[in-house]
Write a protein that binds this ligand. Structure first.
Ligand SMILES: [Zn+2]
Length: 151
């Protein structure tokens, strides 16, 4: 037996409509359509792994390389931590490359401006990653993931 979502009547499991109120089963009870986000890997990790190692992931987006090293040493065997090590390493490499280019060519106004904007964008990406890590998600950093290295 199952309970009608609409009127609470007890209904046979196989019933397509509630005999009491005519409610159509499956219209609400059906599983929600999963929005496939190819950059969201949260479902690939066990909830225990995420719960136990969330803090390391958060740390990586707070203190960058320092957090990566801490995560590697403290929980390097956790798939969830390894995922975030890869993502934050990607971010870190982008920041370093961008910093070097902007630093070397800042006198050419255009690089100075574009580089400056890109640094701000990367900082925003880092904050998004930090928020996702706080939520216990395993999402690739936006924009940076499009570059497609360190898969
Ligand atoms: Zn009903």
């Amino acid at each position: 037996m199952k309970t009608c979502n609409n009127c609470g009547a007890q209904v046979e499991d196989v019933a397509k409509f509630c005999p009491e109120c005519g409610f159509k089963f499956g219209s609400i009870a059906e599983p929600r359509a999963v929005v496939t986000d190819m950059y969201d890997h949260t479902s690939e990790f066990s909830p225990e792994d995420i719960a136990n190692n969330k803090l390391y992931a958060i740390l990586m987006y707070c203190v960058s390389l320092m957090g990566i090293i801490i995560g590697l040493l403290a929980a390097g065997d956790s798939p969830y931590v390894r995922f975030h090590i890869k993502q934050s390493l990607k971010l870190f490499i982008c920041e370093v490359i961008l910093g070097l280019i902007t630093g070397a060519l800042f006198w050419t106004v255009i690089v100075g401006i574009v580089g400056g904007i890109a640094i701000v964008v990367l900082a925003v990406v880092d904050i998004i990653c930090l928020v996702n890590a706080c939520k216990g998600l395993a999402k690739e950093p936006p924009i940076v993931c499009k570059i497609g290295f360190l898969k």
